[in-house]
Design a binder for this molecule. Sequence first.
Ligand code: ATP
Ligand code: MG
Length: 470
Amino acid sequence: MQTERNKILIVEDSRTQAEELRYLLESNDFIVTHALNGEIAIRMLTGFTPDIIISDIVMPGMDGFRFCSLVKEDDHLKDIPVILLTSLSDSKDVIKGLECGADSFLVKPYSEEFLIARVQYFLRNLELRRAQSDDAPLEILFGNEVYTISSSRRQIMDLLVSNYENSMIKNRELIESNKSLQIARDNLNRMNAHLDQMVKVRTQELENTNKSLKEEIEERKRIEAELIAAKEKADEGSRLKSAFLANMSHEIRTPMNSIMGFSDLMLDADPEEKERYAQIVHKSSTHLLGLIDDVFFVSRLQTEKLPLNLTEFRPAEIISDAFKMFNHPGTIKKLELRVSYPPEYDGLRIVSDAGKVNQVLTNLLSNSLKYTFTGYIEFGFDVVNGEVEFFVKDTGIGIDKKEQQTVFEAFYRGEKARSSIIGGTGLGLNIVKMVVELLGGSVGVQSEPDQGSRFRFTVPMNHQRTPIFY
Ligand code: ATP
Ligand code: MG
């Protein structure tokens, strides 16, 4: 407990540091006087005796060591403890401190508690120090130089203790710094790990984005290809329709011309000629009607559900009816008409639409007749994979491989057919395909150009499959 306020002299050239120190000491109830350097301080000390002096070392003019020596050489002042402020950057500071008789060191930057504790320590030991006598000066060799130490043993002890305490504090600070360093390192490791994780996640995300981009590109390519195909199909459709219109007008004009021409001739003809002309007009009208029926039928197949007239009948009977229908010298030209089916199937009965089966067979036979000039036409049926398979085979002009699928499309006419005088609209095989599918079967063709063709179509034994409606 302090009863009387103690006086402290600060010798410090930096006003800022001096003010900081003053504030600290005054807050701890000391009376503080400040001198800007050693000379001023010495002058001050002629009329005033502080209890403790705290002096900086590096100062312009007289430095701290010199100032301390002067204090310690003065009999009136030598008992005042001098604490030197050092940054401990030079190991000689301690020796020089001993030489000039300093009582203690304070390492800058100092801790406030430590400074106050030091000051209080000296105040407590003040009386004790005064009572003890000085020892004889001591010479020591340090770094090739001889130093004369005039400090008392007490002073040397104080100085060493202060140094030890300084080291302890520095050590503690070092441990603290190490701890903070370790924490910083741990944080850094954690951040690194986090960064690693983020990079991994980002990489994965990028890979995923890349993948979906690739998929999107693929999808776009696919859609593009589909669009191109659709456009080609539309172009082809429009080309076929134009060709069909040109064809139709030609196909209609031929029988129409004949009807108009012969009905005109009939006006002035004799009865015998009239009879012949009437037959020609009738034939041309029937042809025209057939043509119109075909167009109408295709359009119906495409727009409405055609009803099926299901009955039980014998395929062999369909074959024999067709044979009777086509086997006339005028129809069959010089060709041979053959019928073929396994005799054991003569009595075979199936459930389907007999009229439509007949329509398909007739269409195929008409084509064979149209496109065959020598040889024969053979037709019949067999049972294949539990279905009845009808066929019409000829030794005609044949169909090019690349056209074997397209001939079933509406309005398509083969290259050979188009370039010949043989007329047609390109609807026959399209009707065949749609009707067969309506019956639940399928169509196909095998053909060799100039060798002949073999058309086949299947019909289920018992029509029960949901038919395809166009
Ligand atoms: P139409 O509509 O008057 O029948 P078309 O006979 O030309 O005209 P499709 O019956 O659909 O039309 O036949 C399409 C094309 O297939 C024909 O133009 C022809 O080129 C080819 N074709 C069909 N049947 C035969 C066959 N038996 N031999 C050779 N080519 C054929
Ligand atoms: Mg035809």
